[in-house]
Design a protein around this ligand. Sequence first.
Ligand SMILES: NC(=O)C1=CN([C@@H]2O[C@H](COP(=O)(O)OP(=O)(O)OC[C@H]3O[C@@H](n4cnc5c(N)ncnc54)[C@H](OP(=O)(O)O)[C@@H]3O)[C@@H](O)[C@H]2O)C=CC1
Ligand SMILES: CC(=O)[C@@H](O)[C@H](O)COP(=O)(O)O
Ligand SMILES: [Mn+2]
Length: 363
Amino acid sequence: MRRVIILGSTGSIGVQALDVIAANRDSFEIVGLAAGTNREVLRQQAHDFGVEHTALGEIEAEQLVRSVGADVVLNGITGSVGLGPTLAALETGTTLALANKESLIVGGDLVRDAAAPGQIVPVDSEHSAIAQALRSGTHAEVRRLVLTASGGPFRGRTRESLASVTPAEALAHPTWDMGLVVTTNSSTLVNKGLEVIEAHLLFNVPYDQIDVTVHPQSIVHSMVEFVDGSTIAQCSPPDMRLPISLGLDWPNRVPGVGAPLDWTTASQWTFEPLDAEAFPAVELAKRVGRAGGTYPAVFNAANEQAVAAFHAGGIGYLQILEVVERVVDLHLPFSGPLTLESVLDAEGWARGAAEDVIADLAV
Ligand SMILES: NC(=O)C1=CN([C@@H]2O[C@H](COP(=O)(O)OP(=O)(O)OC[C@H]3O[C@@H](n4cnc5c(N)ncnc54)[C@H](OP(=O)(O)O)[C@@H]3O)[C@@H](O)[C@H]2O)C=CC1
Ligand SMILES: CC(=O)[C@@H](O)[C@H](O)COP(=O)(O)O
Ligand SMILES: [Mn+2]
């Protein structure tokens, strides 16, 4: 029986994790649940699963992780507020099933250094795919990682044509049903940029050996190319319950958690290059990742502010990336070891700088 804490239990990842656990009550027991503000749903979930310990907000979530013993903490919080809970989970020595990619990206080496080998199990579908593919080879045998991107709702569009995009259009993801921030980030390809940094940090592969290819069907979740020219891909219908279940019980597979592919009907899996002119986010993220230090935290924080401003009607769609780029360009390199204080300082600075740029653009 695995004792599980779910952070972000009221969100897309959290609810799907509860679904996995409801179907496998002999294997998993929930010992803690945390949400942001959704007190009523949290209370109902605690009742349904007989959970004694609950928390609201990231501070209480961090305390919950520190005080309740668990075998695995699933961090399904959205945004870089997940950093404290991520660090708390790593400090307690539990397995961290990590959906909250932002905490790894903003924390960088701070998070990596806090983790024992194998302590972080990626839940993000691409990184779960890579972790599964890497079971077949050693690190020295890896030539490159290839992350797949759905291309989002605006695949094939020119940059100019995106100027009038509405929030509703940005939220119409073609293959995945996810929370507001990650769905918006998928549409701008910022999500893929963040995932390139995430892959670098998780698998210790240099940026020039991490590529992105657009695969609109979201069935091949990513690939590892090995030095002999062999490529191993992980394929399954787009359903987060599979990577979530692997995160909860790595390296064991939970029988029946997802539907298999149907090979009896005609289907096509296609791949195409990313249009970097229409979607410059991946190149910007690589630049930010290579710069390291506090740059990824600044990139992410500026994006979080810009996405919120876009949904509030304060800026247009193309201005999301404009805000991020301008804030990254304004940031001064931070020399010295990354500490929680330096990360939080950089984030605070980036959010302020982003708000200035947003106000400037809104005039
Ligand atoms: N959804 C998906 O399929 C995928 C998601 N991810 C990643 O997983 C993470 C979660 O995404 P998703 O589930 O879509 O997001 P949602 O917006 O659907 O859910 C976010 C969850 O985080 C909680 N939360 C928000 N702020 C806080 C806070 N300050 N303290 C504690 N909890 C908080 C929310 O609680 P409340 O309801 O109370 O606001 C909610 O439970 C993101 O990092 C995303 O990038 C990665 C791959 C796929
Ligand atoms: C399901 C998942 O892992 C998301 O992060 C996904 O990657 C979104 O799809 P795209 O970013 O490829 O559109
Ligand atoms: Mn992903």
